[in-house]
Write a protein that binds this ligand. Structure first.
Ligand code: 5GP
Ligand code: ZN
Length: 112
């Protein structure tokens, strides 16, 4: 059995605040939000980060989850999508995740 926390959250082995899910991806609230809206989109299957070969249907399911989270959270004016790959990029949880940040003016830099 996997010790990966995001595998457990995405597959309901540990309860969390799910915003949206489909067959292949799950979106839940970040535990330490960096913006008024901070949701993580993760595949239900384990991949380390975007350097892995990820099946197109998984990427498509994650993209659908992004659109649905934006709709559910009312991010009509926009949002930022970030994915850290590797420790030098600041990746701390080694299960692929996309951060959706929004709900305020994030400015023009890449880092909120
Ligand atoms: P990274 O730095 O790897 O790109 O982002 C990891 C993110 O996962 C951080 O924003 C952190 O707050 C979040 N996080 C870490 N552990 C948990 C957890 O157990 N539950 C939730 N919901 N978020 C977590
Ligand atoms: Zn995992």
């Amino acid at each position: 059995m996997s010790d990966c926390i995001f595998c457990k959250l995405a597959n309901h082995e540990i309860p969390t605040t799910v915003v949206y899910e489909n067959d292949l991806a799950c979106a839940f609230e970040d535990a330490e939000p960096q913006a008024p809206v901070h949701v993580l989109v993760v595949p239900k299957q384990h991949f380390e980060n975007m350097t892995d070969e990820i099946p197109s249907e998984v990427l498509s399911a994650m993209a659908e989850a992004v659109r649905e989270v934006a709709r559910i959270k009312g991010l009509d004016e926009g949002f930022r999508l970030i994915s850290n790959a590797g420790a030098v990029a600041g990746q701390t949880v080694m299960h692929l995740h996309w951060h959706i940040l929004g709900g305020k003016n994030l400015g023009e830099g890449l880092i909120p």
